[in-house]
Design a protein around this ligand. Structure first.
Ligand code: NAP
Ligand code: G4F
Length: 338
C-alpha cells in the first residue's frame, strides 16, 4: 500500500502545524489547506521546519467548489477538519461568519465525503466550549451541552452533524472533544500566550502592562503537541467514536499568571478587587497587570475540567505534559524570542 494521504484544513493554525509534524513522522503525505497560501509567513510551519514537507492548497473552507475539487485532485484517506474561527471573544462580534465557517463547512465536508465512492475518514475538531454552563465537576462524553457563545453553538451544530452522518450513512466520522490546549505556537489573542508574551515583553522593556478580563475563569490546559496524537488515534480506532481529550486538572487564569511570575522570578503582589484588581511588580513598584472591561465576554464559561478516562481506556492515550511544564515551556520559548 502507498503512503496514506491526510488532508488538514487550517494547517496554518496551532494544531494544524503540530498535527502535520506528527503525521509526517508517521510517513503520511500531507495536503494542508490555507486560505491565504500566498503569504510567506506561515510561521508555525517554519518554526517546526516542515514548510517544505507539506503540499499547501489555497482553500477557504466556505468555498464549496474548491472543497469538491480537492477530493477530485487527491486520493485522500483521512480528513482532519481543524479550520475554524476559533477565538471565542470574536464569535460574539462575528456570529454569522463564525457559524458559516464552524458549522456549515463541516456539514459541507460530510456531504461531499458521503458522495465519494472511496471510504474517507473524517475528524472534526469539537470543543469543551460545548459544555459551557454545565453542572458537573468533570465533563465527559455523556455530559450535556450548554454552549455559551456563538462559537460554542456553531461547534455544537458541527458535533451533532458528525454524529448524524455516522449513524445515518455509516460513515467513519468522529469528533474529538478537546479541552484547551496551548503551546509556544498558540495565537497571541488567547489568554495563555497573551500572558507569556506580555510578561516576557515587560521584562525586556517592550511593554508596560497587560490588560485582562475575567481572571477567575478556570480551564483544563494541556499541551497541543500531546493532543494531536489523540486526533490520529481516533481515526485509527476500530469503530468511529467520539472522545474527550483533557488533562483532568484545571487552574484559573490568575493561577496561570502566578505560575508564570514564579518561573520568571518576578516578586509581585495582587491588590484590589473586581475591576480594581492589579498585579504590582514589587521591585519596580509598577502595575504589570490590570483589569479592563473590554476583555470580558457577554457570557463566559466559568470552569472546565475534562474526564479523559474513555480515551485512556480505549485509545491508550494520556497527556504527557502537566500544567507547570506547559507554563514553563511557553515562558521559556517567549523569553528566547525577546
Ligand atoms: P487556530 O490556531 O486559530 O487555527 C485555526 C485555523 O483555521 C487557521 O489556520 C485559520 O487560518 C483557519 N481558518 C479560519 N477560517 C478559515 C476559513 N474560512 N477557511 C480556511 N481556513 C480557515 O486554532 P487551533 O488552536 O489550531 O484549533 C484547531 C481547531 O481545534 C479549531 O477548529 C478550534 O476551534 C478547535 N479547538 C481548539 C482548541 C484549543 O484549545 N486550541 C480546543 C478545542 C477545539 P488563518 O491563519 O488564515 O486565520
Ligand atoms: O484563551 P481563551 O481565549 O480561550 P477559550 O475561550 O477557553 O477558548 C479556547 O479553548 C476552547 C476549548 O475550551 C477552544 F475551543 C477555543 O477555540 C479556544 O482555543 O480564554 C480563556 C479564558 C476565558 O474565560 C476568558 O474570558 O480566559 C479568560 N480571559 C480573561 N482575560 C481572557 C482574557 N481571554 C483572552 N483571550 N484574553 C483576555 O484578555
Amino acid at each position: 500500500m502507498g503512503k496514506k494521504i491526510a488532508l488538514i484544513t487550517g494547517i496554518s493554525g496551532q494544531d494544524g502545524a503540530y498535527l502535520a509534524n506528527f503525521l509526517l513522522k508517521k510517513n503520511y503525505t500531507i495536503i494542508g489547506t490555507d486560505r491565504r497560501s500566498a503569504r510567506s509567513d506561515n510561521w508555525r510551519l517554519i518554526k517546526l521546519n516542515i514548510q517544505n514537507k507539506v503540499i499547501i492548497e489555497d482553500l477557504d473552507v466556505t468555498e464549496i467548489n474548491n472543497l469538491i475539487r480537492i477530493f477530485q485532485k487527491y486520493k485522500i484517506n483521512e480528513v482532519y477538519n481543524l479550520a475554524a474561527q476559533s477565538f471565542v471573544k470574536s464569535s460574539f462580534e462575528n456570529p454569522i461568519q463564525t457559524s458559516i465557517v464552524n458549522a456549515i463547512s463541516p456539514l459541507t465536508f460530510l456531504e461531499i465525503i458521503r458522495n465519494q465512492k472511496r471510504k474517507i475518514k473524517f475528524y472534526q475538531a469539537s470543543t469543551s466550549e460545548m459544555f459551557g454552563k454545565h453542572k458537573t465537576k468533570k465533563q465527559n462524553e455523556t455530559t450535556n451541552f450548554y454552549p455559551r457563545s456563538p462559537y460554542g453553538t456553531s461547534k455544537t451544530f458541527a458535533h451533532y452533524s458528525v454524529q448524524n452522518y455516522r449513524e445515518a450513512y455509516k460513515m467513519f466520522a468522529v469528533s474529538g472533544i478537546l479541552f484547551n490546549h496551548e503551546s509556544p505556537l498558540r495565537g497571541e489573542e488567547f489568554i495563555t500566550r497573551k500572558i507569556s508574551i506580555g510578561l516576557t515583553n515587560i521584562i525586556s522593556g517592550k511593554q508596560n502592562k497587560i490588560k485582562l478580563g475575567n481572571i477567575y475563569a478556570k480551564r483544563d490546559w494541556g499541551f497541543a503537541g500531546d493532543y494531536v496524537e489523540a486526533m490520529w488515534k481516533m481515526l485509527q480506532n476500530k469503530y468511529p467514536k467520539d472522545y474527550v481529550i483533557a488533562t483532568g486538572e484545571n487552574h484559573s487564569v490568575k493561577e496561570f499568571i502566578n505560575e508564570a511570575t514564579k518561573i520568571l522570578n518576578l516578586k509581585t503582589r495582587w491588590m484590589g478587587k473586581g475591576l480594581q484588581e492589579k498585579l504590582i511588580n514589587l521591585e519596580t513598584k509598577k502595575i504589570i497587570i490590570e483589569i479592563d472591561k473590554k476583555y470580558f465576554r457577554p457570557t463566559d464559561v466559568e470552569s472546565l475540567k475534562g474526564d479523559y478516562s474513555k480515551a485512556k481506556r480505549e485509545l491508550k492515550w494520556r497527556p504527557k505534559t502537566n500544567f507547570k511544564s506547559l507554563v514553563k515551556m511557553m515562558i521559556k520559548a517567549d523569553l528566547k524570542e525577546n
